[in-house]
Design a protein around this ligand. Structure first.
Ligand code: G6P
Length: 466
């Protein structure tokens, strides 16, 4: 069997403390690596005065990781720059926040080249290579330039924007051309795959020889939608853990006679947090009789703090949360709890289990796994209600949630009222339909579908399979 090499900017190997501190995607990739053997390559999270390409190789709990340090300038130009000031805002439709700076583009190419040069000596001829996310779009081009003929797949975790938005990026064609160095490109939803196809057909003079094939720049590529899921069995097991139960009991005790409304997001402008806070404020204003019956808890660990747009949104959210409590709190009670701390996944599972409403309202989101974890954590006999943005990739699979336009505080306020008043039979009916999908379309199904499709490609590069 071919080995699997996973490449991503951020690598979170399993640690001695157990996997409860590691994200869902990391857990899924770790289990893929155990099954297929192979290694996980990426940035160490550390900087070095001068790039050396020295690898830190370790094997923990059956997963081998190979990590490399980057220079400070790499981090500025590639991670904070092109990845998070150019591609991230643009792909989330925030043209107003998108910075176009030649230096960022150069740093992005340089780091992708460095990654390729460091990784190439570790690759065997029949390894499958699976590259993740927007940080590494040109990696296949760099690996091909070094002579690698392996099957290489790419999965984009974030949205692929509409053609009109994408073409605002200087050098957009070159970026798409680089994607044609992969054998398989996967997106979270059909909609994003479609947007990519639209671009290739109308802007790059491409053709579509079959429904899942695109031809352009002299090469043919397989394209598909592979919606990511959560690790459902592992999550169920975590939910039964003492830590999760304790957190559930703690939150239940802290909200006696009140409904808990919960949101959990990285502190990011794409998550719709301002609109969500204003929506909750509107709900409090419109429903004086319900005011003392709810508590909204928003957990939002800070993220990408070097990027100005993140500093600004943080300030605005601090001000808004202060305003809501200032306006509506009482001597013995407050309506809103806003926490910037990061929690373990088992603790979050317990918090979801205690909540009546999950509020997941990103303005744009590739998928959103909080929506799926919230559903997975509910008590089947008395489940909570998911309020979900129609602009999260998850909305495609989760039509039984209360779908809202996240730009509209009115819609959020109305959905909150509906969720709180929803009778048990309706809650159970909606939840059951959602839960069945979350369980079935889980991360193992996603991983096997992608790796299976990648293994099935390869006719194009006959020199592989050693
Ligand atoms: C999103 C991206 C991931 C990224 C994560 C955390 O989910 O799709 O690639 O790792 O955010 O962001 P950070 O910048 O902290 O890695």
């Amino acid at each position: 069997m071919s080995r699997l090499i996973v490449v991503s900017n951020r690598v979170s190997p399993p640690n001695a403390a157990g996997e409860e501190t590691v994200g869902g995607l990391a857990m899924a990739l770790a289990s893929a690596l155990r099954e297929y053997s192979g290694l996980w390559f990426g940035w160490s999270g550390k900087t070095t005065p001068q790039f050396t390409g020295a690898l830190d190789i370790q094997t923990v709990e059956g997963v081998t990781t190979a990590l490399v340090d980057l220079e400070e300038a790499d981090l500025d130009e590639y991670y904070n720059g092109y990845a998070n000031k150019t591609l991230w805002p643009l792909f989330h439709y925030r043209i107003d926040l998108t910075a176009y700076d030649r230096i960022y583009g150069e740093g992005y190419s340089r780091v992708n080249r460095r990654f390729a040069e460091t990784l190439a000596p570790l690759v065997k001829p029949d390894d499958l290579i699976w590259v993740h996310d927007y940080h590494l779009i040109p990696l296949a081009r760099e690996l091909r330039a070094l002579g690698l003929k392996n099957r290489i797949g790419f999965f984009l975790h974030i949205p692929w924007p509409a053609h009109q938005v994408f073409t605002t990026l200087p050098g957009h064609k070159r970026l798409v051309e680089a994607m044609f160095e992969y054998d398989l490109v996967g997106f979270q939803t059909e909609e994003y795959a479609q947007a990519f196809e639209d671009y290739v057909l109308s802007e790059a003079g491409g053709q579509q020889p079959a429904t899942d094939r695109l031809h352009a720049f002299g090469r043919t590529l397989r394209v598909g939608a592979f919606p990511i899921g959560i690790d459902a069995p592992k999550f169920a097991q975590m939910l039964r853990s003492p830590r999760a139960r304790r957190m559930r009991d703690l939150m239940t005790a802290a909200t006696v006679f009140r409904y808990l409304v919960v949101g959990v997001d990285r502190l990011d402008y794409s998550k719709g947090l301002e609109e969500r806070f204003i929506g909750y404020e509107r709900f409090l204003a419109d429903n004086p009789h319900l005011r003392r019956e709810v508590l909204m808890l928003q957990i939002a660990p800070v993220s990408r703090e070097k990027v100005e747009a993140y500093q600004e949104i943080r300030q605005r959210l601090d001000a808004l949360s202060g305003r809501i409590n200032g306006e509506y709190a009482d001597v013995d009670w407050n309506p809103f709890r806003y926490v910037n701390k990061n929690y373990r996944r088992d603790e979050l599972a317990g918090i979801y289990a205690a909540a009546r409403v999950g509020l997941v309202t990103p303005l744009r989101d590739g998928m959103n796994l909080v929506a799926k974890e919230f559903v997975a954590a509910q008590n089947p006999e008395d489940p909570g209600v998911l309020i979900l943005s129609r602009f999260a990739g998850a909305a495609r699979q989760m039509g039984e949630a209360l779908l809202v336009n996240p730009n509209s505080p009115e819609e959020i306020a109305e959905a909150l009222k509906r969720a709180i008043g929803m009778d048990k039979p309706e809650r159970i009916r909606r939840w059951r339909a959602l839960f069945n999908k979350v369980e079935r379309e889980d991360v193992t199904a996603w991983r096997d579908a992608f790796v299976g499709a990648l293994a099935g490609t390869g006719a194009r590069r006959t020199a592989l399979a050693g």
